[in-house]
Design a protein around this ligand. Structure first.
Ligand SMILES: Cc1cc2nc3c(=O)[nH]c(=O)nc-3n(C[C@H](O)[C@H](O)[C@H](O)COP(=O)(O)OP(=O)(O)OC[C@H]3O[C@@H](n4cnc5c(N)ncnc54)[C@H](O)[C@@H]3O)c2cc1C
Length: 390
């Protein structure tokens, strides 16, 4: 675990205990296998069930559907940091991407849908994925092309979704499809099971990173689902997934913080034992400056993120607005920090860092997706300024 002990002004005994549980889970169930799973491009489904049993998928989900019955952005933050620190983004992505689809089910689905899908997904017995991005684009979701039309009381969905994390193994999908006119107001959400007639999927196997994660292109060929598959009101897609995007940005940013901290710690560990020019690498000024720069950026990101997580909790308790501008800004800061620290750590490790099998090398390959998925850096900057009222 980290050599740098961060300040935790908002800690409680419950949060400390939760953090211990997550760190122990990672230490025993993930860390020893991280490299093998990444090389194999897969990991055992049992890990989903173990994480589910610990409640890691249960934030904001009712207890009656297997959830924790409460939410806590600071616990979500701790979980994200610990998973990022594990340095195996593919496992992290496949386990936790269900979190971006359970929210809309929790808020919009009927009791029957929740009993069928939510309980299984939250327990880790079944997988779930959010399917929004299409081959024609992911940033401008208001222009998505997948269509759903009514047919004898059912819906027929036609179109394609791509880059869907967890998509090859998921049993359930939350799918955005156009039921009305142009723009976001014409988009509705559907809960689609993987055995729906007209649904098929193809694996994407040539990713730069996240090798342990199953990623899919989904094909909807007049895919038939009952009228009850629609989540919430027709055309109410944007509102339904807004909250979700905020939590996704918090978790992705926390993951970046964990990745950056792992890079720093591994770089320090290597620089302490490696000797060049007759003294440990850590004693060379150029290396010390890298450590100082990495550490300062990590501390700043850590403090900013903890403050934002605290503000999310306050907003939830008071019914106030989410700190959406800060979440957009911090997501950019987080991916930039992870990218910087991965680059500097690779440099400190020298040739050793260039070899497959070490966390820094994996993180170096995996930082790029953090700047793209969950809202790219460009889109986040635009959103931040818009949320600032400008
Ligand atoms: C490994 C991986 C996993 C993913 N998992 C999922 C998932 O589970 N579910 C899902 O729905 N999606 C998923 N995505 C898709 C992801 O959300 C999209 O890749 C992302 O939203 C960007 O969309 P795009 O790739 O189509 O790029 P585009 O929208 O085509 O944009 C291309 C580039 O142009 C930039 N750009 C676009 N518009 C502007 C503008 N107005 N001004 C300046 N720059 C702009 C973008 O930032 C980007 O850098 C995943 C992607 C990856 C790579």
């Amino acid at each position: 675990m980290p050599t740098v002990s961060p300040a935790r002004p908002f800690d409680t005994p419950e949060r400390a205990q939760f953090r211990d549980t997550v760190e122990r889970f990672i230490e025993t169930e993930i860390a020893p296998y991280a490299n093998d799973w990444d090389e194999q491009g897969d990991f055992p489904w049992a890990l989903h069930e173990k994480a589910g049993a610990l409640g890691l998928f249960g934030f904001g989900i009712e207890e009656s559907h297997g959830g924790l019955g409460f939410d806590d952005a600071l616990m979500r933050f701790d979980c994200g940091v610990a998973m990022g620190y594990a340095g195996v983004g593919g496992v992290n992505a496949s386990l936790f991407s269900r979190g971006i689809m359970t929210g809309p089910i929790q808020h919009l689905a009927s009791e029957d849908q929740k009993r069928d899908a939510l309980t299984a997904i939250v327990s880790g017995k079944a997988g779930g994925a959010l399917a929004m991005t299409e081959p024609s684009g992911g940033s401008d979701l208001a222009r998505l092309k997948t269509k759903a039309v009514r047919d004898h009381g059912d819906w027929l969905i036609s179109g394609e979704k791509t880059f869907i994390t967890g998509g090859m193994k998921a049993a359930w999908f939350v799918v955005g499809a156009r039921t009305g006119g142009e723009g976001f107001g014409g988009v509705s959400l559907f809960l689609v099971p993987s055995d729906a007639p007209g649904f098929s999927r193809t694996a994407i196997t040539n990713k730069m990173g996240w090798w342990a994660s199953d990623t899919a292109t989904l094909h909807f060929d007049e895919c038939r689902v009952p009228a009850s598959a629609q989540l919430g009101q027709e055309g109410a897609c944007l509102l339904a997934i807004m909250d979700n995007f905020n939590y996704e940005r918090l978790s992705l940013s926390a993951g970046c913080l964990g990745m950056a901290r792992r890079c720093l710690d591994d770089a320090i560990g290597y620089a302490q034992q490696r000797e060049t020019f007759g003294k440990p690498l850590i004693k060379h000024q150029a290396i010390r400056h890298k450590i100082a720069d990495m550490s300062a950026r990590i501390d700043a990101l850590d403090a900013y993120l903890q403050m934002i997580a605290w503000r999310i909790n306050r907003a939830r308790e008071d019914g106030g607005p989410m700190p959406a501008a800060e979440l957009a800004k911090v997501k950019v800061l987080a991916s930039k920090t992870a990218e910087f620290c991965a680059g500097e750590a690779m440099q400190i490790l020298g040739g050793a860092g260039y070899l497959r099998g070490c966390a820094v090398e994996r993180i170096y390959r995996e930082v790029k997706v953090m700047a793209i998925g969950g809202g790219s850096e460009e889109i986040m900057r635009d959103l931040a300024v818009k949320q600032m009222g400008l």
